[in-house]
Ligand binder design. Sequence first.
Ligand SMILES: [Zn+2]
Length: 329
Amino acid sequence: MAAYYIGVDLGGTNLKVSIFNETLLKVAETRASTERFLGSQHVLQRTASIVKQLIKDQQIATKHICCMGVGVPGLLDLEKGISIFSPNFPKWKDVNVVQYMEETLHIPTFIDNDVRMNLYGEWHYGAGKNKNNIALLTLGTGLGSGIVMDGHVLYGATASAGEIGHMNMYREGRPCRCGSSGCLGRYVSALGMLHTVKEKLADQRNSILLEWVQNDVEKITAKMVSEAFDLGDLIAIETLQETGELLGYGLVNAINLYNPEIIIIGGGMAAAGERLLSSTRKIVKAHALKISQAACSITLAELGDSAGMRGAAFYAKQRLQQIQTSKKL
Ligand SMILES: [Zn+2]
């Protein structure tokens, strides 16, 4: 009997759904806006109806869908399948994602954090293939991270292990949503980097960036900073260098703590590539434990923004198999 798996990436902006075959090769994919401002019930309904439509379009019978994985940002109760809180969604508290999907779609459903779903994807199908010790960082609007150690994804007591983005870099730094301040993610992320650019521009300095946005600094994007860097713009060069160095210090701590063999950098801001990472590498070389850094490479993610869907399908398949095996015992 044909067997299919579904991977869902429930992002704050985009909702992405893919169907995979038995070997987790993609059969079909669809993307839509999440419409998060309409509330949790709407987002759940929308997700379920998009999944249903994609299955229908492919003319697959529901009984052939083995299970579905959903990557959700924020705090989760993995066993109960509840999204406790998500900074990306307004009016979002104790949302029972699994119960809703299973009742509506009649497909066994498993949830995990969106970054860990990315990690499962890159680990098994992308830059982390055949590795047992991985640190993945996604540099998007914020900084997400996940760790594989000795062949296991780290979860910890509350499934929040490995939050490199909340590593304290300054005792009194920029305030963070977590309640602390000076966290790495407030500097090394698209928003963090743009914050740094604005601080520099506030000192009345000149930059081609100001021309491009007609002095409206809110319109500057991470991509523009890379483009200005390529044109030799000093503000852009300093910003990428400082951001890369801070990332380097964060990675020094991560390398000394977790001893990864590979650090995978993903997320939209990874497009800055070596403009960012060359200064990161210098700091790592100068400061990380010699034996650990010699065994560790820093590389870019390979699957782009489809890693989350593939990882979610992989994760769900694995969870279902674990349940089936334990029932047989
Ligand atoms: Zn924080």
